[in-house]
Design a protein around this ligand. Structure first.
Ligand SMILES: [Zn+2]
Ligand SMILES: [Zn+2]
Length: 342
């Protein structure tokens, strides 16, 4: 079987790998689709994401859907063999102070598919067959096919960011960055009852995807005269991962408003107008991954066929590098899926 292994910066290889065997409590899943995420691109382009650096070869991928093939031990409580499933990529430790507080997404000892946050790295799901803890399998709801279900992980990230913003019902939400995550934040904010969503990006093609996700107003971030710039927004979600986006959020959110930083900023200090946090009493909150939002994401995807428009390409695993190149080119893509055939 084939898998996509990252060996270092600019060194992505499609390799022949042995089929893994599930142990007790584990399931073997035949992977159909794997979504290429910004973090996968970071490992490929920069050899790391944020403070997490590659120290050994790692199977990439954490946005994985497929079909259950087998269990390592008899398992009556998990989905039957043959069931279509999405894989929740996180296994929090369950005992650290954050887990005890119910903030399992910031668990200090979590295992997350395809992440170099710990060493040895946790191998990911970009392979034709993968072994995962059986408790991480989620059967797909009726009316949800595997292709759209591949958006469950990034949509969960977006849902969590909107939750961190507080109640957005009836509010004006600003989203900086119209990549796949920004677009899914638009959809999540709309689903949560936002009255108006304004999205900024440098690229018209990206903004067009945001429109399909439900955005009301599109703004060219590099055009100060764009008529779409709001005087102020109630809530802002920074989804571009660049400091200029955070700066825009701080300048445009209302006094006393909430800014959620979701995009992964570069490691080290970032330049932004931090003084506004003080003088306008802005609440600056981080949003990292998700927890229970995964089940909510599957329900939302099942109910809304329009999400299909955010999948811009499906590429066979053998052409993984061209898929990565496509995903990194936001003028030509939104969410790119790898097809593992399983
Ligand atoms: Zn992801
Ligand atoms: Zn924990």
């Amino acid at each position: 079987m084939f898998g996509c292994v990252i060996h270092g910066q600019d060194d992505l290889r499609v390799e022949e790998l042995p089929v893994p065997e599930p142990g007790p409590g584990q399931a073997l899943v035949a992977v159909r689709y794997g979504g290429v995420c910004g973090s996968d691109l970071h490992y490929w382009l920069h050899g790391g994401v944020g403070d997490f650096r590659l120290k050994e070869p790692m199977l990439l991928g954490h946005e994985v859907v497929g079909t259950v093939v087998a269990y390592g031990s008899p398992d009556a409580s998990s989905p039957a063999v043959g069931t279509a499933v999405a894989v929740h990529p996180a296994t929090p430790c369950g005992v650290c102070p954050e887990c005890a507080e119910g903030r399992r997404n910031v668990c200090r000892d979590t295992r997350y598919l395809g992440s170099a946050a710990r060493f040895p790295h946790v191998q990911g799901g970009f392979a034709a067959q993968v072994v995962v803890p059986a408790e991480q399998l989620r059967p797909l709801p009726e009316n949800l096919d595997l292709l759209r279900a591949a958006l469950a992980e990034p949509l969960s990230v977006a849902l969590h960011a909107v939750r961190r913003a507080g109640d957005v019902a009836g509010r004006h939400v600003l989203v900086t960055g119209a990549g796949p995550i920004g677009c899914l934040v638009v959809a999540a904010a709309k689903a949560a009852g936002a009255e108006r969503v304004t999205v900024t990006d440098l690229l018209p093609a990206a903004l067009e995807y945001a429109r399909r996700a439900g955005a009301d107003t599109l703004v060219r971030a590099d055009d100060p005269d764009d008529p779409g710039w709001p005087a102020e927004a109630d809530v802002a979600v920074e989804a571009s991962g660049v400091a200029a986006g955070l700066d825009t959020c701080l300048r445009l959110v209302r006094r006393g408003g909430v800014v959620v930083q979701l995009g992964m900023l570069p490691p080290g200090p970032s330049p932004f107008a931090g003084n506004l946090v003080v003088s306008r009493e802005i609440e600056l909150r981080g949003a990292f991954r998700f927890d229970g939002e995964f089940d909510e994401a599957l329900r939302l995807l099942a109910a809304e066929p329009a999400f299909d428009a955010l999948v811009s390409a499906v590429v066979p695993v053998q052409e993984a590098e061209s898929a990565f190149r496509l995903a990194a080119d936001r003028a030509r893509s939104c969410k790119v899926l790898l097809d593992f055939g399983g």
